[in-house]
Design a protein around this ligand. Structure first.
Ligand code: PLP
Length: 418
């Protein structure tokens, strides 16, 4: 077997060689592989293909924008119409009043931008000791150095010679506001810059918040002058049945990170929404106003911005956020029936986002392999769980078929038929 040149993301290469799935095209909720297999995309790729694949009008928008202005940076005095329009659009739907918008190229970028900004803010307002970032066990915040450092998935932090690539990170138990209070007590509020959490924990196994949990966290943040950052990279743009999960769970974040669903993956775009408290000192007209020295080459890229605008227009025009809310109900009902299965330990739903935790007798990776043979893409997550997060354009029947296929695969494992 020849060794592939492309080093796949997050892959143990010896295990994937010879088993790779080459996707050649995609339309709607389906993919086609080089073997001619047609697979239902039960995870919307990596939680992002919300409007579905292969939309002609998205291709058209990119083409039209490229003819006018394919790219120009937004450093310093430079700006462009599409980046401005997108920022204004995002401001109008943000779960923060009067938010400012920083654009970049993806979710991990957004985490870096948000966490650096939190520290830069405290430094500027004369509280330079506030540098520590608190996050949660089992959380995922991308794989750049800051995201790797704050994330609560130990295996992503192994092998770099230190526990944390960036200094000053602490993790607390995921549903335990008391653990956060204890961390504040131990570390000292005067040293803590921000608390970051996914409203619905995704990669950690799909964990919606416990009732009252975030309210207590927010009270503690407020009391102790700690910035609250909602990582909405997965949950943003309709995944929980409203534009932002912050609205659904009554969060008042100082910063929101986003990516994925902002373009449904038609272009690599991420960014952050910033509350007035944080942006105000940087916009103040005076010599004391600092520069936030962050930016990447493709910040405000006009083609990605044009695609985001069209994606948001499609979400609204086709009422796909309401559709996501309706599909959540179907998913919840279907997963409930799966709970009675001997090989299922628990199921969880938080938006149109489901996790199925399997019993120790079966392996989630094996089950997701079997699901591909049945024509469905699902994905193993931490904690022997399976991810379900399809595009919002799925029919009720397709969703039932997807969950039904899991049941069939588990049945076959129980009877030893595979
Ligand atoms: N934050 C969360 C909650 C995510 O789920 C992800 C990716 O899955 C990221 C950040 C990182 O995003 P990206 O992979 O676009 O860098």
């Amino acid at each position: 077997m020849t060794s592939p040149v492309l080093w796949s993301a997050q892959a143990h290469m010896p295990s994937v060689i010879g088993r790779q799935i080459k996707v050649v095209s995609a339309d709607g909720a389906y993919l086609t592989t080089d073997t001619g297999a047609r697979l239902l995309d039960g995870t919307a790729s990596l939680w992002y293909a919300n409007i579905g694949h292969g939309r002609e009008e998205m291709a058209q928008v990119a083409y039209e924008q490229m003819k006018t202005l394919e790219a120009y940076h937004v450093f310093g005095r430079y700006t462009n119409d599409r980046a401005i329009e997108l920022s204004e659009k995002l401001q109008s739907i943000a779960p923060i009043d009067d938010a400012k918008v920083i654009l970049n190229s993806g979710g991990s970028d957004s985490i870096d931008v948000a966490l650096k900004l939190a520290r830069r803010y405290w430094n500027h307002v004369g509280r330079a000791d506030k540098t520590i970032i608190i996050s949660r066990e089992h959380s995922y915040h991308g794989l750049h150095a800051y995201g790797t450092s704050v994330a609560g998935l130990d295996f992503n932090r192994e092998g770099y010679g230190t526990d944390s690539l960036v200094d000053g990170t602490e993790r607390v138990e995921k549903h335990d506001a008391g653990a956060f209070a204890a961390a504040i007590e131990r570390i000292g509020a005067d040293k803590i810059a921000a608390y970051i959490a996914e409203p619905v924990m995704g990669t950690g196994g799909v964990h919606p918040p416990q009732p009252g949990y975030f309210q207590e966290i927010q009270r503690l943040c407020h009391e102790n002058d700690i910035l609250f950052i909602a990582d909405e990279v997965i949950t943003g743009f309709g995944r929980t049945g409203v534009m932002f999960a912050s609205t659904r769970y009554q969060l008042q974040p100082d910063i929101v990170t986003f990516a994925k669903g902002v373009t449904s993956g038609y272009a690599a775009l991420g960014g952050i929404l910033v509350a007035p408290r944080v942006w105000w000192p940087f916009f103040e007209n005076g010599t004391g106003s600092p520069t936030y020295r962050h930016g990447t080459t493709y910040s405000g890229h006009p083609v990605t911005a044009a695609l985001a605008l069209k994606n948001l227009e499609i979400l609204e025009r086709e009422r796909l956020v309401a559709r996501s809310a309706a599909l959540e109900q179907v998913l919840a009902a279907e997963l409930k029936t799966l709970e009675t299965h001997d090989l299922v330990k628990a199921t969880r739903v938080g938006g149109f986002l489901g996790g199925i935790e399997l019993s120790d007798e079966v392996n989630a990776e094996f089950v997701t392999d079997k699901m591909i043979e049945q024509g469905f893409i699902t994905r193993p997550l931490r904690g022997n769980s399976i991810q379900i997060s399809p595009p919002f354009i799925l029919t009720d029947q397709e969703l039932r078929d997807l969950v039904g296929a899991i049941s069939t695969v588990l049945d076959s494992l129980k009877t030893g038929a595979t």
